[in-house]
Write a protein that binds this ligand. Structure first.
Ligand SMILES: [Fe+2]
Length: 368
């Protein structure tokens, strides 16, 4: 007669976690230095990976049984297809959570270089004067200084920008996730960022979540970065003042939703004084803002945006793709306008990207 097992799956997993913990204690106390340091380091990492994953498995089993099997999609039972899709979504989430600890082995040496590549593109801009042919804009977006992006990452980004010898640096929003006073040290590398004709910033939705935008503007001014708060700057080469380009910037769309005092996207105000025979480059954080700005002013030659992170982590990309009119990369709009959406220079929250890459964008403007 077959004897049924008396231990539940949870108890077995807990026992496995205990066994791994014991092996960790033994290895750390009894492995002599005769073993090569790389062997020991690899063993410690494997043990930690097994321990943390078996421990997490207890939670995952709970999640799977209570959430994946539960009918949460309304009072009526959903269709089998929808139910299977829901279970697949939960399974994918659990797999990603468990596999995230594989970064103990990968991306250790490469990070953060692998996450900040340079993408170069040439853009022909109508009405661009000859003296500005070859003007180099380095585009940064969605750095999200905060809990998981700090001084060392910003240091690396600034060193990449300086190597590119930019004429202009454009930061299209979501620079920070907290107040200036908490990010003074983290933001300090920006003081060393070089650009021949200036560095400019527009707000993103997260900058408004800090509730400290005015202080950020003042702080950025001290770091030699000018905020374009529904405003523009005339960009020209030294000694060629009459050959200028209008670099404009608008507040993020959410300023209005949040009723942030004195803020709100205003294209007309940003472009007031930009003569129609000058090329216009607009900085607007969200692709939706880019679309609305082009509907209002089809004479804008180029809009630089960010916000989507190209989804950052698959399958969030699907949502980001569906919610934004432009997702990532270069888009032609109408006869003579272009929109470039940066996938972001760093990341938000979890320091992870799946199916998307962070970038610093190097844009060379060409005269027609
Ligand atoms: Fe954003």
């Amino acid at each position: 007669m077959r004897k049924s097992s008396t231990l539940s799956l949870e108890a077995k997993v807990a026992a496995a976690a205990g066994a791994v913990l014991l092996s960790m204690a033994i290895a750390r106390n009894l492995m002599s230095e005769r073993f090569d340091i790389n062997v020991r380091a690899t063993l410690y990492r494997v043990q930690f990976l097994l321990f943390i994953n078996s421990f997490m498995l207890l939670g995952s089993l709970f999640v799977w049984r209570r959430i994946a099997s539960a009918v949460i999609l309304g009072a009526k039972p959903p269709s089998p297809w929808l139910y299977q899709a829901w279970r697949a979504g939960v399974l994918l989430f659990l797999l990603l959570t468990h596999s995230s600890f594989l970064t103990l082995f990968y991306l250790v040496a490469e990070e953060p270089h692998a996450l900040s590549r340079v993408v170069r593109l040439d853009i022909t801009l109508d009405k661009l004067p000859r003296s500005l042919d070859g003007l180099k804009i380095v585009l940064l977006s969605d750095i999200h200084l905060g809990s998981t992006v700090g001084r060392s990452r910003l240091d690396l980004i600034v060193s990449i920008v300086n190597r590119l010898e930019a004429d202009l640096v454009a930061i299209t929003g979501d620079l920070a996730d907290s107040q200036v006073s908490r990010l003074l040290s983290a933001s300090e590398p920006l003081l060393g960022m070089k650009s021949k004709l200036g560095s400019y910033f527009v707000t993103g939705n997260h900058d408004y979540y800090t509730a400290d935008v005015e202080a950020w503007f003042a702080h950025l001014r001290a770091l030699n970065i000018q905020a374009l708060h529904n405003d523009h700057a005339r960009i020209s080469q030294p000694g060629q003042k009459s050959d200028w380009l209008c670099l404009a910037g608008v507040d993020d769309l959410e300023a209005r939703i949040l009723r942030y005092p004195g803020h709100g996207m205003n294209v007309a105000k940003a472009l007031e004084g930009c003569s129609p025979d000058r090329p216009i480059v607009l900085l607007a954080h969200q692709p939706r803002a880019a679309r609305w700005a082009l509907q209002e002013r089809p004479d804008i030659g180029l809009v630089l945006s960010g916000h989507t992170h190209a989804g950052q982590i698959f399958p969030l990309s699907i949502m980001a793709y569906l919610l934004n009119p432009y997702f990532c990369g270069l888009y032609r709009v109408g006869d003579s306008s272009l929109v470039y959406v940066s996938p972001g220079t760093a990341h938000y929250g979890i320091p992870m990207r799946i199916g998307s890459r962070a970038e610093v964008t190097e844009i060379l403007l060409r005269a027609p």
